[in-house]
Design a protein around this ligand. Structure first.
Ligand code: BGP
Length: 479
């Protein structure tokens, strides 16, 4: 490829991604109410709470919650956005903290202090010509709604969510164009408390509850899309999938079929959001599992008419599966279980590094939906060790990102997959979602804060900072 062919399409949106609960801190400031993510501790109880097996209603002194202060983006957003601008960001993905806007979730009037905060954040972006990309719900449900109606297991959540969305669309209609309805919507099947504020009592039909909750989110997403287009027809609305293609452990047709089924568990959500109806395979499977979905009159029409404009997704790793239950006892991984792929290396957290898998995923998604893609999360979670001057030489991160960006470039330029942009995950160090700790870092900017919460919160660009700056200024040409 010569230099000319090497560069990304004009207007490609390079940038970074954050989520409110992992960066803002100030968890009870400005009238903010308590949210699910505020009560999920770090440490050994984190997974039992996130999966809904362990019930918590509030915070307690036996646990640690690094997200309560996080990196204090709430007070330092100006400094952080200026650093993103220095790297040349064209876009910044953030999410809205639901309980800043509706502290309990069921109020009729929004909290002005919360709305004003995001006005300030968007104004800072606009000042630097950074296009905001906004996730309406990123692992975030008001605790009041969890305790009163059981989170997304209740149909009432649709109204609360649509009310939130309408408030945001009206307020920011001239500042924000790109919206994502739910972060990693398929996460509700894997970690239902973080995905939907759902926890279970013993003896409950867990699958039934999860799929009914998923239906509520799918209807809410379509209803919000309808509201968005009513309020500003120029809005672009995307779905968001935790993606990562599944390989078959062997070429035995049984394994290949199993891999296809595993991918469909995730595609199911996007099939509804993008194609506008439950796919037949999903309807058949629900029936076989004895799951009966309660759908209201108008739901099918809502899903059919109000589909998304683009497909966004996170990609960190590929997965490997087998049809043989004995082989599957060897799976690893903390969110999506996977067999170890002998052809791949893995991160310190066992996430298998597969740049070509990103190209495969992009092709699979575009073949399936024929809508533009937006890669809204990708990156390497690693332990960074600053030298005596506080500088992090993160060549390992540069290697990971550059290989993935090259694979993305091949998908776009060689395979012809239309792609709006790329926002690398955790563009400044933030609290990790799966561990709740600071130790697992993704950023181009180091934040001085450790797992115990100690540190000055000082921001220091890492080696990858200047590297990404060059990637952006050359529009991918240096890759
Ligand atoms: C995705 C989430 C993010 C995020 C990322 C990395 O699932 O959307 O919120 O944090 O994964 O995960 P982790 O922080 O656990 O490394």
């Amino acid at each position: 490829m010569n230099k000319q062919q090497n560069t990304f399409p004009e207007g490609f949106l390079w940038g970074g991604a954050l989520a409110a609960n992992q960066c803002e801190g100030a968890y009870l400031e400005g009238g903010k109410g308590l949210s699910t993510v505020d009560v999920i501790p770090s440490g050994k109880d984190r997974f039992p709470v996130m999966s809904g097996e362990m019930v918590v209603n509030t915070c307690d002194e036996n646990h640690q919650y690094p997200s309560h202060e996080a990196i204090d983006f709430y007070h330092r957003y100006e400094e952080d956005i200026a650093l993103f601008a220095e790297m040349g960001f064209k876009t910044l993905r953030i999410s809205i903290s639901w309980t800043r806007i509706f502290p309990k979730g069921d109020e009729t009037m929004p909290n002005e202090a919360g709305l004003a905060f995001y006005d300030r954040v968007f104004d800072a972006c606009i000042k630097y010509k950074i296009e905001p990309l906004v996730t309406i719900a990123h692992f975030d449900v008001p605790m009041h709604l969890v305790q009163t109606i059981g989170g997304w297991r209740s149909r009432e959540m649709v109204d609360h969510y649509v009310k939130l969305s309408e408030v945001l669309f009206n307020r920011y209609k001239d500042k924000v164009k790109y919206w994502l309805t739910f972060n990693e919507i398929n996460m509700i099947l894997h970690l239902p408390f973080i995905g939907g504020g759902i926890r279970f009592e013993s003896g409950e039909n867990v699958e039934q509850i999860k799929y009914q909750a998923a239906h509520h989110q799918l209807v809410a997403s379509a209803a919000a899309t309808a509201a968005a287009k009513r309020i500003n027809p120029a809005f672009q609305i995307g779905c968001m999938l935790a993606a990562g293609n599944t390989y078959a452990n062997t070429c035995a047709p049984e394994d290949v079929f199993e891999a296809m089924c595993k991918d469909r568990e995730n595609y199911f959500f996007i099939d509804v959001q993008s194609r506008g109806a439950y796919p037949q395979y999903a309807l058949n499977q629900l029936k076989q599992k004895g799951i009966k979905l309660t759908m209201l009159e108008g739901d099918e029409e809502m899903l059919k008419v109000h589909t998304v404009d683009f497909i966004s997704f996170s990609y960190y790793a590929s997965r490997l599966t087998s049809a043989d239950p004995a082989v599957m006892t060897q799976t690893e991984g903390n969110v999506f279980s996977s067999l170890k792929n002998p052809y791949l290396k893995a991160s310190e957290w066992g996430w298998q590094i597969d740049p070509l898998g990103l190209r495969i995923t992009m092709n699979a998604l575009y073949d399936r939906y024929q809508k533009p893609l937006f890669i809204v999360e990708n990156g390497l979670g690693a332990v960074d060790t600053p030298d005596e001057n506080g500088f992090v030489s993160d060549d390992y991160r540069i290697a990971y990102l550059s290989e993935h960006m090259k694979a993305m470039r091949d998908a776009i330029l060689v395979d012809g997959v239309p792609t709006l942009g790329y926002t690398s995950w955790g563009c400044i160090d933030i609290v990790s979602a799966s561990t709740g700790e600071m130790k697992k870092r993704y950023g181009y900017i180091y934040v001085d804060k450790d797992n115990t919460g100690a540190g000055s919160l000082k921001r220091t660009p890492k080696k990858s900072f200047n590297w990404y700056k060059e990637v952006i200024s050359s529009n991918g040409g240096i890759l």
